[in-house]
Write a protein that binds this ligand. Structure first.
Ligand code: 0L1
Ligand code: MG
Length: 262
């Protein structure tokens, strides 16, 4: 069954309301099994428009499913992208309110600060490095709107790739000073190490991951703009947290970034 414009609008409001009301919902493909990935990106874009109407702003992109482990777990061979909005940006010194989320998880990522517009369908990791002003440590909080964090690829794309919040560390480092695949990170919860990894876990190189997103955006006539922030993908598995928990990501060369949840 073709997913019509009306059906897309219905899906947009279904996901918009679930996020706003902090409640988990049955995945979209249970009702619309014919939702394709391309149509799911259309839904994602319309969901963003709805959020912009409500007062937020687009400030960049995030990559998901960038590790081989996560791709294999979902039986897919491609990453996905979602859009970051101004209301997702959380500050390290302000606690995250659990009541505003459903079942959040935290994952360490390298954030790129884009210094010049970048658009195309043949963009390489080198092109991304040239267009990047700084990189910084980041924690992304993902919070799927779907029951038990279970979904198909089309579901998660429509749901803006589980995006919820992100926090950026205070140390901005010129990207040319770093070898991104070799940057190590230790992810801790309440001072206990939960996971470790290195930048190479993100499609071999976080810059290659960002290039993948630019090429994918390019196919839709879109691209990165000067000033965009890009979260390049999770370096370790995502860790669930609850009120009272503190999560810290300690990066080599980039310093640390943390979140506390109340
Ligand atoms: O940022 C991410 O890696 C999440 C992508 C969507 C998959 C998930 O929610 O685990
Ligand atoms: Mg992520």
């Amino acid at each position: 069954m073709e997913i019509t414009r009306e059906m897309q609008q219905e899906i947009v409001m279904y996901l918009y309301d679930a996020e706003k009301e902090c409640r988990e919902v049955i995945k979209v493909t249970d009702q619309y099994p014919d939702l394709t990935i391309e149509k799911a990106y259309d839904v994602q874009k319309q969901l963003l428009q709805r959020k912009i109407q409500a007062g937020t702003r687009s400030i960049g992109y995030k990559l998901g499913l960038t590790s081989k482990a996560k791709q294999e777990m979902m039986g897919v061979y491609e990453a996905i992208y979602g859009e970051l909005t101004s209301d997702m940006l959380a500050l390290e010194w302000e606690s995250i309110d659990f009541k505003q989320l459903i079942h959040p998880k935290a994952e360490p990522e390298i954030a790129f600060f884009i210094g010049e517009d970048l658009q195309g369908t043949n963009i390489t990791g080198e092109d991304v490095l040239r267009a990047t002003q700084y990189v910084a440590a980041a924690i992304e909080v993902i919070d799927s709107r779907y029951l038990d964090f279970k979904f198909t690829l089309a579901d998660v794309v429509a749901d803006n790739c589980s995006s919820a919040k992100f926090i950026i560390g205070s140390k901005m480092v010129p990207v040319r000073e770093l070898n991104l695949p070799e940057i190590g990170v230790v992810l801790s919860k309440n001072n206990q190490v939960m996971a470790t990894g290195a930048g190479a876990a993100v499609l071999g190189d976080p810059a290659v991951s960002v290039a993948w997103a630019v090429n994918k955006l390019g196919e839709r006539g879109l691209g990165l703009r000067k000033g965009d922030i890009v979260l390049s993908g999770a370096i370790t598995e995502a860790i669930a947290f609850q009120p009272g928990d503190t999560i810290q990501a300690q990066f080599a060369h980039l310093g640390s970034v943390s979140l506390s949840c109340v």
